[in-house]
Design a protein around this ligand. Structure first.
Ligand code: ATP
Ligand code: MG
Length: 427
């Protein structure tokens, strides 16, 4: 028989680990709610144009990482490589730009993304992002709040050794001026650049700043700084963001060589990195984002400023490894005999309806084996029902930590299990 393996770069998230994912997701929802972001769920696949128009044809994502396929109607589709483009598409299609009083329009999403990359630690082909987008405000205060939200999110999850790095890519006018200065600087090095960067020099020189090639990085070190080319209004926006971060006591560093992998960013961009030993030396980016005024127009929508970020959940998980979030089992019911099993099933349902977790035996184990299961599940309380208890209309309940045991009427368990539990836990 052939056996099957999951596709390269994907993972099975199994019980034992999925609890940690639920913890992260629940925590994220809570923090987003505090900031008044609401959830949006968009399709996992879209017309591939949605991504190529927004991320840019020369971005790594579109040029080599996207999972594209033709559907049976001959339409070019893509599995989403990131969340923002689909959210912007939905924003326009559903006319969420609506009334002035509803601005900014703030949403969050969480779910799988797909990129054909070389899998390695913290880098997969199906990975997960949790992200936010806020539309309709040009205020630098929203940039600062978004950065604060990213930091609060990571802090609330217990991520440590964080560094916030920011930069400004300016407005289109700043970009034109910088573009020219950068090309003037890089052209003499043309023959030394990596093959990828030779092409970038023609098509998208800004991207060379983000090159992973060692020698490219050497050359880029002395390149002009975008911050010297900001127009007065772009410079003022960036100054205001920095001022607000200081007012919020959010430490940051400015890295004028930082750009983002996708073409749509302008003005403030930021990354939250960590040099936790889990990443094996050096800083790794966990969360990244920025402002993307003009993206909605790119997809045929009205002029709409936007700002957001995405957090890589797998990268975060590397930081949280070993964290215990499994909840203790409240009650295990040991049933001795066939009649007792029926009673145990009924009792389990009654206790569960009162909001407690209950497990019992479904493998016809002897009482000794059932107690073993209870121990393995780390049950707080163990209920035992045998013929004698059935006759008396009672159950035995034992506090596994203290050893305290009581015989309790079944009706008491059915009516108010919380009170019964209290009795057992009292010393
Ligand atoms: P990198 O330079 O590491 O490839 P990127 O610029 O492509 O990152 P973004 O598109 O900004 O990444 O995505 C935001 C975050 O999503 C990243 O900071 C990272 O935490 C996570 N991420 C991106 N690609 C992957 C992947 N293939 N596997 C796991 N996480 C990823
Ligand atoms: Mg990438």
């Amino acid at each position: 028989m052939t056996t099957y393996q999951r596709p390269k770069g994907t993972a099975d998230i199994l019980p034992g680990t999925s609890e940690l994912w639920q913890y992260v997701e629940a925590n994220a929802r809570k923090v987003f709610d505090e900031y008044r972001y609401r959830e949006i769920r968009t399709p996992i696949f879209e017309s591939s144009d949605v991504f190529s128009r927004t991320s840019g044809e020369t971005s790594d994502v579109v040029s080599k990482e996207m999972y594209v396929f033709k559907d049976k109607g001959d339409r070019m589709m893509a599995l989403r490589p990131e969340g923002t483009a689909g959210v912007v598409r939905a924003y326009i299609e559903n006319k969420l730009y609506g009334p002035e009083f509803a601005k900014p329009y703030k949403v969050y999403y969480m779910g799988p993304m797909f990129r054909y990359e070389r899998p390695q630690s913290g880098r997969q082909r199906q990975f997960h992002q949790i992200g936010v987008e806020a539309f309709g405000s040009n205020s630098p205060a929203l940039d600062a709040e978004t950065i604060a939200l990213g930091r609060d999110l990571l802090n609330s999850l217990g991520a440590k050794s964080l560094k916030i790095v920011i930069n400004s890519l300016g407005d289109p006018e700043s970009r034109v001026a910088f573009h020219k200065a950068l090309v003037d600087y890089l052209t003499p090095f043309k023959d030394e650049l990596s093959d990828d960067s030779k092409i970038r020099l023609e098509k998208n020189p800004l991207r060379i700043l983000d090159s992973k090639d060692r020698h490219d990085q050497e050359i880029v070190k002395n390149a002009p700084s975008i911050l010297d080319y900001l127009t007065p209004s772009a410079a003022e926006h960036f100054a205001k963001v920095k001022e607000l971060l200081e007012a919020l006591d959010i430490p940051y560093v400015v890295d004028s060589t930082m750009v983002r992998g996708l073409d749509y960013y302008n003005h403030t961009i930021f990354e939250v990195m960590s040099d936790d030993p889990a990443f094996g030396g050096g800083f790794t980016t966990i969360l990244a984002g920025g402002r993307y005024n003009g993206l909605a127009e790119e997809l045929g929508g009205p002029q709409t400023p936007g700002v957001g970020f995405a957090m890589g959940v797998e990268r975060l998980m590397l930081l949280l490894e070993g964290k215990e979030v499994q909840q203790q089992l409240s009650t295990y019911i040991v049933a001795i005999g066939a009649d007792a099993q029926v009673a145990a099933l009924k009792l389990a349902a009654k206790i569960r309806h009162q909001g407690f977790t209950v497990d019992m035996d479904f493998m016809d184990r002897k009482p000794k084996g059932q107690f073993k299961s209870a121990n393995r599940e780390n049950a707080e309380l163990v209920i035992t029902i045998g013929d004698q208890e059935l006759e008396n209309g009672t159950v035995q309940i034992k506090n596994m930590a203290s050893g305290k045991q009581l015989e309790i009427k079944q009706t008491d368990v059915n009516d108010d299990y919380a009170a019964v539990r209290k009795q057992l836990l009292a010393d």
